[in-house]
Design a binder for this molecule. Structure first.
Ligand code: ATP
Ligand code: MG
Length: 571
């Protein structure tokens, strides 16, 4: 930075009132501090201050990518539909895929991710094992027509992503590329000031521990995770934890009158048993259109992602469908299910011999229902479908898991040959045979990262930018914008710039109270406050935004004092 910036000339329209649409602190503060504006639902404009932070985040990512030999490039955001037909995703990807036609009636989509484009790019030109491995990446806007865009940059429809794709000759090679990306992602989080945890993620059809998400820990995060003191951590939709199932009592099958007990909570209270001693029934129609009922422990939820692995593109039955298939809402059980409806149960229920379940009759439940005696779950129909939760046993060490919430800022994936096979992307291997590439894909939510940083670094007054990604490192706040105070302020600003700092000077003719409030709201890491008295005494008050700590520093030492503290905190 050669010059300091002037607040009077900075486009950062602040808001006094909390915007009604913003639920999350980070969203509210980015709006209030004049850093982002909503253009339409899920479409945000990054104003100059936020853009400076975004460029810093991108710079960190670029350095980390360069360090592991990944090469930056750019493909079009608009993607030809035929590539998506090639991969089979044109049909499979839901309404999040923004499909469109050009004037000639050709199909296109806005890229929500770019496996197809990159695979197509190499399929005819990356020919020999001798050229491998290759990792390519870009930083680009993505578009996903999210059902519920919300929380500002957290879940936008258009958002900035860094996406990388690795091409290897062997599985081991792919795993190596993956590990390198994974480590680079950990460093990227840390260098951007995020406290993030790598967690085992759902790896789709591929299975195994082949995907990790980095979760920025935050109460307000949309993602739920479980973790253990032993080091295990997983997204609740990916973890197969040990569920403790509370057993019902043994005895002959018995029908009990349970009026007004259509929910698990009501039933448990009515019977005087814990919810975990009951069995929750979920009625669904699977991807092939077949009706099914899945039983899970009463205190656990069925997980949509896990359920998709079992049932394909299923949906929960509507009230009409429940009736159509002869089921009774709130009272569904495995004994005497209507013909054609298949019973499934979560793996965890294998341990349980005595179930409390609906009687398939309004206002009645059954107790002492005994698998094998009163009903059957076919061998193949024991499935892993529940969301892991706090208190379940760690799959690694058996201790109770802790729960936490997080913001998924990035994800790494071993893809294997999923796309290369589907799209016929092959290379000539050492043995002279054509083989599909072993691929990996890796994504960082750049704009989401920005807001995650704010979510982790703020207080009631505003944002507390960590130095590493702050729009400016230092704000000079003269309480008088004429005469000597302004002269001294400009002198310090120039000295600070010369010392290598990024500086903004609040030269606006505003009351001290307004300047203090805005400085705290925008949250630059250091504020240099200059008043008439201080200038007379030859000292400035330097306030560290995050801690609130104030130090009196002699005027001619301010620049060095700041430089000494700021430099080690840079990304
Ligand atoms: P989510 O589960 O939050 O919808 P995802 O798993 O679908 O995210 P990926 O396909 O893994 O997302 O994309 C890589 C990264 O892009 C994510 O880790 C996230 O940081 C970011 N990202 C995904 N969707 C959005 C969105 N709608 N708005 C902002 N960032 C997003
Ligand atoms: Mg993801």
């Amino acid at each position: 930075m050669k010059h300091f910036a002037r607040m009077s000339a900075t486009y950062a329209p602040t808001l006094k009132e909390d915007p009604a649409e913003a639920e999350l602190a980070s969203h509210r503060l980015l709006l209030r501090a004049g850093m982002i504006r909503k253009t339409a639902a899920g479409l945000y404009s990054y104003l100059p201050l936020a853009w400076r932070s975004l460029l810093k985040i991108e710079a960190v990512i670029r350095e980390e990518m360069e360090d592991i030999g990944a090469q930056e490039m750019l493909v079009p955001m608009v993607t030809p539909g035929e590539l998506w037909h090639d991969s089979g995703r044109w049909e499979k990807y839901g309404p999040e895929l923004m499909r469109m036609e050009d004037r000639h009636g050709r199909e296109f989509c806005l890229g929500p991710t770019h496996e197809e484009t990159f695979t197509d790019l190499v399929r005819n030109e990356l020919r020999s094992y001798k050229q491998l491995p290759v990792t390519l990446y870009q930083i680009q806007d993505k578009f996903r027509d999210e059902m519920r865009p919300r929380f500002g940059l957290m879940r936008g429809r258009e958002f900035i992503m860094k996406d990388a794709y690795s091409f290897d000759a062997t599985v081991e090679g792919m795993q190596h590329s993956y590990e390198e990306q994974k480590d680079a992602y950990a460093r990227s989080c840390e260098r951007c000031g995020l406290r993030a945890l790598p967690v085992v993620a759902d790896s789709g059809q591929i299975g195994g521990d082949t995907s990790v998400e980095y979760m920025a820990l935050a109460e307000a995060g949309e993602a739920e995770l479980v973790w253990c003191d032993c080091g295990f951590a997983a997204d609740t939709e990916a973890a197969t934890a040990g569920v403790t199932v509370v057993e019902g009592t043994s005895g002959d099958l018995e029908k009990v009158h349970t009026p007004d007990c259509a929910t698990i909570a009501d039933l448990a209270t009515f019977l005087g048993v814990p919810e975990s001693a009951t069995r929750k029934a979920l009625a669904l129609v699977d991807g092939d259109g077949k009706p099914a009922v899945v039983f899970v422990p009463g205190d656990h939820e069925m997980n949509d992602v896990k359920a998709e692995h079992v049932f394909g593109e299923f949906h929960l039955m509507t009230d009409e469908e429940i009736e159509y298939y002869g089921l009774v809402k709130g009272f569904i059980g495995p004994v005497g299910l209507p013909e054609g409806v298949t019973a499934y149960a979560d793996e965890s229920l294998r341990q349980s011999a005595w179930w409390t379940v609906g009687a398939n009759e309004s206002d009645y439940h059954l107790v002492h229902a005994h698998p094998g005696r009163d009903f059957q779950i076919a061998d193949d129909n024991w499935v892993d479908v529940v969301t892991a939760q706090e208190g379940d046993a760690c799959p690694r060490c058996g201790k109770p898991l802790h729960g936490a919430r997080g913001i998924e800022v990035s994800q790494v994936f071993q893809l294997g040959t999923k796309y290369s096979e589907a799209m016929g992307a092959t290379f000539m291997d050492e043995d002279g045979k054509e083989k599909p590439f072993q691929m990996g894909c890796y994504g960082i939510g750049v704009s989401r990262t920005l807001q995650a940083v704010v979510e982790q670094h703020h207080d009631d007054q505003g944002i507390c930018w960590p130095v590493c990604v702050a729009p400016y490192e230092v704000e000079i706040v003269p309480l008088d914008v004429k005469g000597e105070v302004l002269d001294v302020a400009e002198r310090i600003a120039t000295a600070a710039v010369d010392a290598g700092l990024e500086v903004v000077l609040d030269d606006r003719k505003e009351r001290a109270g307004v300047k203090f409030a805005d400085a705290d709201l925008m949250g630059f890491p250091y504020q240099v406050i200059l008043g008439k008295r201080g200038v007379k005494n030859g000292v400035a008050e330097v306030k560290e935004r995050a801690s609130g700590e104030r130090t009196e520093v002699p005027l001619d030492e301010v620049a060095d004092w700041l430089a000494e503290r700021v430099a080690p905190q840079r990304a």
